[in-house]
Design a protein around this ligand. Sequence first.
Ligand SMILES: [Zn+2]
Length: 112
Amino acid sequence: MLQDVNFRNAVITELMCICKTGNTIPSLRSITYMWEVIPQNSKMVELIAEYWAAECSTEEFDNSVEMLPGGFVKMLARIGIRDKGMSSDIRKPSKREKCRYHEHASESEKCK
Ligand SMILES: [Zn+2]
């Protein structure tokens, strides 16, 4: 099911709602599973990585880094470098535009 782009967009919208609560970040188990089944260049992976980069504490990162997929850790590092200087509030996925994480074939298909 996660190979279907429409399903992924619906899940992404739900994930963005979950991100708004900011109470928790996706578990190590969730990330490992996602990394295995979802294309690594997909918007869903980008959302989860940006969510982690914005919300993860230093302690959570230190406790997880050795068990996270290496490619995911590289994504976190890249996001951290790209977004340095941005306020932590702006970096949260829930504060970014809705279609940032959706996969649309063209501009005309973007959410209204
Ligand atoms: Zn959209």
